[in-house]
Design a protein around this ligand. Sequence first.
Ligand code: GLV
Length: 349
Amino acid sequence: MEKKPLVVVNGLVRKDAIAYLKEHVDVRQWTEKTVMPREVLKEWLIDADGLWCVRPLDVDGDLVKNASNLKVIAQAAVGYDNVNIDELTAAGIPYGNTPGVLNETVAELAFTLIATASRRIIENANFVKDGRWAQRPSNIKGFDLSRRTLGIIGMGAIGVSISRRARAFGMTVVYHNRNQRLDDKIHKTTYMELDDLLAISDVVCVMAPLTDETYHMCDEAFFKKMKNTALFVNVGRGPIVDTKALINALKTDEIDYAALDVTDPEPLPADHPLLDVENCLIVPHIGSYTDRTRLDMSILTADNIIAGVHKRPLKTCVNEEVNYKKPQMDVEFALEELKKAGVDLTDFD
Ligand code: GLV
């Protein structure tokens, strides 16, 4: 029997996705709860055809330098800031991410954070739970979203979905992006320079990817440019924010409140100073974390890997220049071969 391709998975992923993967390939998975030691992973990769990578892991040229059979790497995430794409491209390895399938889910979480923070839902609910309904202080008031301005920084597909939700709540939406978008997906959402956006927005929502340019983009000067009454939301990546500057801005009332799906570091250690900041709501990086969307992301990852190990094009490849090409059917050649094999082709004319 022909040997199946071998795929390494360096951590825990959904069992149903692993079962699906195993229908097509052999799987060697690190199932300990601890992070797989990098040197052990490098050893496993020597024989592997594919890698399903699980964070925390830096994926780069060093990781794959002895993996001469490796044909594909994929991860169940749209962001790939832990992956050195240039080095994988140089090694000729296509990398698959999971764009599209999580857009609405992440937009829902972003807007949930905005709505929850604007009405101080957690604080108010805690008073009720603690049996102190009548004692809740009068300063835990919410603020309206309607007739307010939302500024989105990073206007990709998820930003577009957040804009749609915000406009349904009666908000005016502006955005800042590396490039102004001129396509027809941008509806009633005005482009602005960053400083102008910060000056007029009541809610600032960061949706940008983490790059050299966006690292610590939200620093002391950034928060100073925001309104003192503004809500800051980060659903992009933790290191886009200088955490010390954010803590300071919240403690000194430079800004009113923050709601974060992502932090730096992740996970936050139990004694991290951000956890002592009262006007800050934090959830543990759950933007895409619904059962249906995590399944869609996992199946797309598995499909990318199954395609790659067979040298077929990945459905969603970041470095298209090394993606596999669809085999070209040479019809003349195929007909000749069939004739040589004695197949009667008259019925096919
Ligand atoms: C989640 O953060 C992702 O990049 O998909």
